[in-house]
Design a protein around this ligand. Structure first.
Ligand SMILES: *Cc1c(COP(=O)(O)O)cnc(C)c1O
Length: 228
């Protein structure tokens, strides 16, 4: 893998990967822990969607990149309730709505701010204790309440298979997430339209795309290994 900061290598890599993605799939370049030079290189390669996992880190980068006006920022990491306001002020997407409590908080603040961040519910399709996210039963139980959160634009599901899942099993997990999105959207009793499937990272994005992903979140495969 190339060095993180070699802009030409980043541009080349992104161009190559982008060419393999179906036009229906949005590429979110995951730039957590990377310097802004890497983001500028990605931008030069045509990337306009950037994924960050920490609110403060993203805010600092946004200040550095203020000259690039057409970036869409995606919050993909665990979001603490006390950072909900800042997240809504600084991101256009939040992929990691992992509890009813967080959803309610985001809804309340969205109402106050009149903001329009689009949100994905993070779902664990199979049990995965180390990860945050809705368990399936928990999600079904929460749906009637989630559907009442009218300030929140709940438009997607995000899922990550447990670490070490082999690609075939990952594919089945992603397929189940797509079916779940369809089931939710077809429910008569409430208005959630789940159209976005945020799934697929460097190790499994092809499986995710084969199963219906509409957004892939790629870091390592675009930039090389991340510094800690
Ligand atoms: C870090 C991260 C990614 C990118 O992972 P890679 O394996 O480097 O592509 C995607 N999604 C989330 C939620 C992440 O935290």
């Amino acid at each position: 893998m190339t060095a993180v900061c070699n802009p030409d290598a980043i541009i080349q890599r992104i161009t190559q990967i982008q060419a393999t993605l179906p036009p229906t799939v949005k590429l979110v370049a995951v730039t957590k822990n990377l310097p802004v030079e890497a983001l500028r290189a990605a931008y030069a390669a045509g990337i306009r969607d950037f994924g960050e996992s920490r609110v403060q880190e993203a805010i600092a980068k946004q200040a550095d990149l203020a000259d690039l006006k057409d970036i869409t920022w995606h919050m993909i990491g665990r979001l603490q309730a006390n950072k909900a306001r800042k997240a809504l002020e600084h991101f256009q997407w939040i992929h990691s709505v992992d509890s009813l409590k967080l959803a309610e908080r985001l809804n309340q603040i969205s109402g106050e701010l009149g903001c329009q961040a689009r949100c994905c519910l993070q779902v664990k399709m199979v049990p995965d204790p180390p990860k945050s996210g809705f368990e399936l039963e928990e999600l079904w139980a929460a749906l009637p309440v989630l559907a009442q959160l009218t300030h929140l634009k709940l438009v997607g599901l995000m899922t990550i298979p447990p670490q070490g899942t082999n690609p075939e099993v990952a594919r089945a997990i992603f397929r189940q997430a797509k079916e779940l999105a369809e089931q939710i959207t077809q429910l008569q009793s409430h208005p959630l339209q789940i159209e976005t499937l945020s799934m697929g990272m460097s190790g499994d994005y092809q499986a995710a795309i084969a199963s219906g992903a509409t957004m892939v979140r790629l870091g390592t495969i675009l930039f090389g290994p991340r510094p800690d």
